[in-house]
Structures are given as C-alpha cells and as structure tokens.
Design a protein around this ligand. Structure first.
Ligand code: SIN
Length: 550
C-alpha cells in the first residue's frame, strides 16, 4: 500500500520520525489530535510504554483547525459548572448522558490548567487573567482561546512539543488499517508504515483517538484526513457505535471554493457579529445553539433560492487585533470585515456520535478504548455545545490513561455503556437505546479512481444525508453507497482506497441510523418528520451483536 505524503505546508516542524517499537506497548494511541496527544503525554508521565500512530505527521489533525477555544469554568461569578452543565444538556436536546457531562464540566478546568503547565499560551485580558469569549448556546462568556481564534494551532503546538519530549514511540505516516482482536481482546493494529510495508503493532491497550469524518461531505470545515477511520475500524470488529446521525454543521463557514471551508469562528457572533439574509434582514438569534442557527440559515437559503447568506462583522471593534488569523485569511481572499459583509453557508463540522464508551473510555471490545471525536461518551447528545469538543478530548483521553494505569480493561455499565447494557428504558426514564442491524458495505472489486468516488460520495451525502434529510433522500444515499462500494478498488490498494472504504462504511452506518430516527432532533433534521418525538429520546446503536462486551 502506498501512503500519501502530507502536503508541503504540513511537514513536521522538527524532530520526530519513525521508530519501530521493539517490544509490545502498554498503550497504543491511534491519532494525534488533542485526545490522543494529551493521553500520550499523561501515559508517559504515568510510566506507561506508549506509542502514537498517525497517518500524517503529529501536527496533522483536526484539532489544529479548531478556532474558538475550550469551554471551561475558570472564572468566578456569574459562571459555575452547574451553568456549564445546564447549557451542555440543553444543546444536546435530551440525548446527553448527564453523568458524562458532569465529569466534563467538573474535570475540564484542571485539564486546561495542565495544558497551560505544558506550555500552551492562552489569550489574557488586561488584568492578566484568562480572556473569556462567549459562543452560541453558552449563557455566559467561558471560552478560553489562543491567538484570537487559533486555539487549535496552539494546543497542537504545545502537545506535539510535549509528546516529542517524552520517550513515546512515534509512528508517523503509519496508516492503521485494522484493529487486531484475539480471543475477544484488542491486542494492537495492523498498519502500513511510511515505506508501504504492512506491519502489526502490538499493545496491551489500544486507544482510538482518530477523529471524525467530515470528509463524508463536500462542504466541510474538516481537513482531508478526517475520513472516519476510527469509527470504521471499530465497526469492523463489532464495537457498538451510536449517534452518527448527528452531524453538526457549523453555521458560519466562509462561502468560498477553498476546502476545507475557512471557519468564521462562533466567537465572532459572541462579539456581536450578526447574520443577514440577502435583504439585509436578521432572522435568527445568532447565539442560539449551532443546530438552530444552521437550520434557520438553510431554510432561509432554500426559501430565497440562494447558496449563501452574510455575516456582518462591520460593527466589531478591533477585529484584526482580536481575530488576527481570521483577519489575515480574509485579507488573502480580498475581504475586509470592517467594510464587507462576509459570505457564509453551513458546513459539516463535527460528528456528535461515535464508538460507544463508558465513563472512562472503555468500548464494548476488551482492550479497546476511545476518546475525542471518534467516541461517543455521551457529552454531546444530539448537538454539541460550542467549544466542548477540545474539552471532551482532554477530559476523557486523560480518564482512559488513568483507567489503564490502574489496571482497568473492559467496560463498566456507566454512561452510554450503561444504557447499552440496559436497553429499552431500563435506566429508569433516562436515555436508553435501541439496537439496529447494520451490514457493512462490501467494498472492493472495482477499479474506479478512489478520489473520484470520494467526490461522488460527498455530493450524495450532501444532497441526501446533509442538513435536511428524508426517508426518500436517505434511501437514495444507501443505493449510491452500495454502487460506489462495488466500483471501489480493494482497500489494500493504497491509502486513498482505504480511506474511501472507511468513508463508505461510516456513510452506510450513518444513513441506517438517520433513517431509523424518524424525528427531528438537534443536528438531525428530517423533512418528513419535522418534530421531535419524545419517545425517541433514546440512542440507536449499530451493530447489535456485541452489546455486553464484558
Ligand atoms: C468555532 O470557533 O466556531 C469552532 C469551535 C467549535 O467547533 O466548537
């Protein structure tokens, strides 16, 4: 298999390189975003023999593209963790796991302080305290940020430096193709190394921290690497997966042919930028949760037969000083936020669901753990609260390491895992779950160009499984997925073919789940079922086979 080289602008900034692990690892981390790297640093601190395997260089992850920041209660009144909890639960539209959210808001502040002690530099106010921004769905300003809206770049910088300073084994430009499961336990991965050789990396524990799947869609804020590899690998070994139907679309992606779509951070709206239609009218409360804003925008665009709307940030004072990276990206494109309204349209941004875990990140497969966007620990429900994703990765990546270091293995009946082990409402009126059959698409046997097939898939997903769906549109996507799978080359033909196979697998699962959810809730909007159905305040899971895992 040939592994694609990273684009020239994403070469490593120094050090690193491929090291073949000599002995089995205690913990192998797949992915190099905030969840994976913060877990790796913590694992090394705890004396675990840890490896990080990533298909790009360490610096290449979706974390790097995160703008707004990290939501965490680090100030005093009027904020509190109870308020952060309430905002998180409200955004998730009755599908969050409250215990998981409580952990998120309670443990988040300590994780942010640890990041600062590792060297991450966040923006400060005039008094020297952490500067806090407000974003949609938050009842107060509680988002810490770096470089204005370059928070992900700073976090990634600090974590990459920290992990390179440890003895962690770094397997950069290794493409993990499959999880290795022996006697019911995950004992490592098969991977293709930087020279194209197929290798097996063995580890007592594997942490999936491989990020999301924004590349399912043509219009996305996610980088080309976000191809759902972790979710697809988990599905292939029968791990339970849920909530994939909740794909969050970010309302204010710049409407421009550049891909990934440049983000105009939610923090701009927190500072007073407003959304206008082509008549200059405002039509939505810009500080509502993201699903509400994106849906209102999509309906306005359909009603007016236009493909974009406008973000009016002309009233913001000191735009270039407060948001230097956004200002310079706009200047490159010839836009001046001081005088121009900025063209915007929603873009696929974040996968709220993923691999089911308990409250310490254990999946249904013994020895397999998950954290960050690839996982569903229950903190996002049907719609993630803005700036809760970096926090999720830091909090639950750390919990995995602490559990592994304490000798933990399989899942406990906590959080989403508890709902899975007690399906159909046994949790006493709390969120429960329904199991659903899912057959992976049979990928391979064709000879079409994977890049062309990826584009076809992205267009089909945008049309049939995007912001607005229906039974008819979803069934059209199911047919297209089957057709593309038959025309696709074997996944072993190269990294493009392997990524395509992963995307097709995730698209297959996502459409099955979206078809089964006959209601509109959070980021899942059905044209044929426009209302929320209280009887569907439950998770739908694939596949059914391996529910107990213990
Ligand atoms: C943003 O800055 O708007 C993105 C932050 C997030 O995805 O939560």
């Amino acid at each position: 298999m040939q592994v694609r080289s990273g684009p020239p602008d994403r070469q490593p900034r120094g050090g690193g390189g491929v090291t073949q692990p000599e002995a089995p690892l205690d913990l192998l981390v797949i992915g190099s975003g905030v969840a994976g790297l913060s877990a790796a640093v913590r694992a090394a601190d705890r004396g675990l023999v840890v490896g990080v395997l990533t298909k790009g260089h360490l610096e290449q992850s979706t974390t790097r593209w995160a703008q707004g920041g990290i939501a965490a209660v680090l100030g005093g009144d009027p904020d509190s963790t109870d308020l952060h909890l309430a905002d998180t639960l409200a955004a998730g539209v009755d599908l969050c796991d409250e215990a998981a959210c409580r952990i998120l808001v309670d443990e988040g502040p300590a994780r942010v302080l640890e990041l600062i002690s590792l060297g991450a530099v966040f923006d400060r106010d005039e008094g020297g305290g952490l500067a806090m921004a407000r974003e949609g769905g938050h009842s107060t300003a509680r988002v810490v940020h770096a470089g204005g809206a370059a928070t992900g770049v700073e976090i990634e910088r600090a974590l990459v430096a920290a992990v390179r300073a440890t003895a962690a084994v770094l397997l950069e430009r290794w493409f993990a193709t499959d999880l290795v499961v022996e006697d019911g336990s995950c004992v490592g991965v098969t991977a293709v190394d930087g020279t194209g050789r197929v290798r097996t990396v063995r580890a007592a524990h594997v942490l999936l921290a491989a990020g999301g799947a924004g590349q399912l869609f043509e219009v996305t804020t996610n980088p080309v690497e976000a191809t759902g590899d972790g979710v697809a690998m988990a599905l292939r070994v029968g791990a339970a997966v849920t909530d994939l139907e909740f794909v969050q679309f970010h309302p204010t992606a710049l409407h421009h042919r550049r891909m990934p779509r440049p983000l105009l951070s939610e923090a701009l709206r927190g500072h007073g930028a407003v959304i206008r239609d082509h008549d200059g009218q405002r039509f939505v409360d810009e500080l509502s949760p993201r699903d509400v804003v994106s849906r209102a925008m999509t309906r306005r665009m359909l009603d007016s037969d236009v493909d974009h709307l406008w973000l009016d940030a002309t009233g913001l004072t000191a735009f270039p000083a407060r948001f230097p990276t956004i200002a310079s990206a706009l200047a490159e494109l010839g836009l001046d936020p001081g005088s121009d309204w900025l063209p915007i349209a929603p873009a696929a941004h974040y996968l709220c669901g993923g691999v089911v875990t308990d409250l310490v990140g254990a999946t249904t497969v013994d020895g397999l753990w998950a954290a960050g966007e690839v996982a569903c620990v229950g903190v996002h429900g049907a719609n993630r609260l803005a700036s809760n994703s970096l926090l999720d990765g830091m909090v639950f990546g750390a919990r995995v390491v602490d559990a592994v270091a304490a000798g933990g293995r399989g899942p406990s009946a906590t959080g989403v895992m508890g709902q899975l082990q007690e399906p159909h409402g046994a949790g006493g009126g709390e969120v429960s779950c329904t199991l659903l059959a899912f057959e992976e698409p049979l990928v391979g046997g064709g000879g079409d160009d994977p890049a062309a097939l990826r584009s076809e898939l992205q267009r089909a997903m945008g049309r049939g499984a995007g912001m607005l769906r229906s039974a008819e549109s979803l069934s059209g996507v199911v047919d297209i997925v089957a057709d593309l799978a038959a025309r696709a080359p074997d996944p072993s033909a190269g990294s493009d073919a392997a990524e395509l196979a992963n995307l097709l697998t995730v698209a297959g699962a996502l459409t099955v789940l979206a078809a089964a959810r006959s209601e509109s809730r959070g980021a899942h909007a059905r044209e044929d079922f426009p209302d929320t159905d209280v009887t569907l305040s439950r998770r739908i899971l694939v596949p059914p086979g391996q529910a107990s895992g213990s």
